[in-house]
Design a protein around this ligand. Structure first.
Ligand SMILES: *[C@@H]1O[C@H](CO)[C@@H](O)[C@H](O)[C@H]1NC(C)=O
Length: 440
């Protein structure tokens, strides 16, 4: 059993060391109120060679509007992550005193251009160097507090028609990716319905539950495709995002419930749930509710909102707890099956189930590890232009997990568990004996 528990703690470790990722690219409104932060980051965006930044700032007011303020030390600029490191070095080496003076940034607007009583400006800044940039506001005047309303929109112009594409360079094909996957899941649901019909005499309740999970996943992906394509065209996400959140919510709950139910052997091994197994469900389901609320807040506020980090931490924590919690029922089942194999004479039957459940345990761990850790790693190391690859990798892993689960736990007309002859029985008993020796 020691071996079984090790991945749990490993998983925990890896989770806790995950920092945050930023993935936003929409028209965004931000209200800055009496803010004296020297650097206020806004959104991040991957530009192609035909990129544009549209900036509308209104109701600018400064806490100390004396005429001899050096307004060239206030302003917006675009900067890549790499050049930001160099800018920080320049400031440290006292080459410059304000990020706006560095030659490494792309100055968008400095406030000395605000003449007279003007309290705002509208502008379009063409960004022709393809790269991933962050829009930043710098305030290099100590103790000066700034208030303003900022509307920022970053987009690329598409091919010949010059239509606006509000999705970042590496994400612009995401609508197609999600749509493709939703078609795959749709076919999977069809195949599963066919299997259920063919094997209708040996179908358990859990098989219908699996069907529901696949259908919810299909709709979830369909809404995500439509949501992303709407953002791509308009820069905002009204309408489809609500449907998307609803399906995500049910998909999350049913998927975790399914893993727990399969893990406990519910409806395969026994028709009821034990108390401790019910407790796992009672932990996982409310946590999934919280995770989904957190997801909505995270998506809607953007990476630099005040509550963003808190909600992101809540989400990560809840996710870790859920992922660990779903592993316990499988471990319990494995333990019970081991004991049953030793005591109740039907060693072969139990050994087969045991192998199945061990496999399932490993696959669940791989699935969780891949979709949380590997996908995140991919997202950090790939160039901004290929950000979609991490989405594809995550979806492929999920697909593999669904297919494995369906295949291994499919309804069977000739259940191999119950047609075993004496020879196999003896062989299994031998193997159990061997296993016991190794464990000592
Ligand atoms: C923002 O500024 C651009 C450029 O001047 C202008 O075309 C656009 O209409 C403005 N948008 C709003 C909402 O004021």
């Amino acid at each position: 059993m020691v071996i079984l528990h090790r991945p749990l703690s490993l998983l925990l470790l890896v989770f806790l060391s995950i920092p945050f990722t930023f993935t936003f690219a929409e028209i965004r409104f931000s209200e800055i109120r009496s803010d004296d932060r020297p650097i206020i980051p806004f959104d991040e965006f991957g530009f192609t060679h035909k990129g544009r930044l549209e900036l509308n700032v209104s109701e600018i007011s400064l806490s100390n509007p004396s005429p001899d303020l050096d307004l060239s030390k206030l302003g917006f600029f675009l900067c890549t992550k790499d050049s930001w490191m160099h800018v920080l070095e320049q400031i440290e080496d006292a080459e410059i005193t304000c990020a706006l003076q560095s030659g490494l940034i792309k100055q968008v607007y400095a406030f000395q251009s605000l003449t007279g009583a003007k309290k705002g400006f509208d502008m379009v800044y063409p960004q022709t160097d393809a790269d991933q940039y962050t829009l930043v506001f710098a305030n290099c005047l100590p103790q000066l507090k700034v208030s303003m309303n900022v509307r920022s929109a970053m987009y690329n112009l598409d091919g010949k028609s010059n239509s606006r594409d509000y999705l970042s360079a590496g994400k612009t094909i995401l609508p197609r990716v999600y749509f493709l996957f939703s078609i795959i899941y749709f076919s999977l649901a069809g195949v599963w319905m066919y299997v259920l019909y063919q094997k209708r005499l040996t179908v358990f309740r859990i098989h219908f539950f699996m069907l529901a999970v696949v259908i919810l996943k299909t709709f979830n992906l369909l809404c995500e495709a439509e949501d992303k394509s709407y953002i791509k065209r308009t820069g905002s996400a009204h309408g489809w995002d609500v449907l998307f959140y609803i399906f995500s919510f049910f998909k999350g709950i049913t998927l975790f419930t399914l893993i727990v139910l399969i893990g406990t052997g519910w409806s395969f091994l026994k028709p009821y749930l034990q108390d401790k197994e019910k407790k796992v469900l009672m932990i996982v389901i409310p946590l999934q509710v919280i995770a989904n609320i957190a997801q909505v807040v995270i998506d809607e506020t953007g990476p630099y909102g005040q509550d963003w980090v808190t909600w992101k931490q809540v989400f990560l924590l809840v996710d870790v707890v859920c992922c660990c919690a779903v592993l316990f029922p499988i471990v319990w089942s494995i333990k019970n099956l081991r004991e049953a194999a030793r005591t109740d004479g039907k060693a072969a039957v139990n050994l087969m189930k045991l192998t199945l459940f061990r496999q399932y345990y490993i696959v669940v761990i791989c699935y969780i590890y891949f979709t949380r850790v590997v996908v995140y790693a991919l997202e950090t190391i790939t160039s901004y232009r290929y950000l979609w690859t991490s989405v594809v990798a995550g979806e492929l892993a999920t697909l593999a997990f669904y297919v494995f689960t369906g295949y291994r736990f499919k309804p069977e007309a000739h259940n191999p568990y119950f047609v075993i002859d004496d020879e196999e029985e003896e062989a299994a008993a031998e193997q159990l004996k061997l296993e016991d020796e190794f464990e000592l």
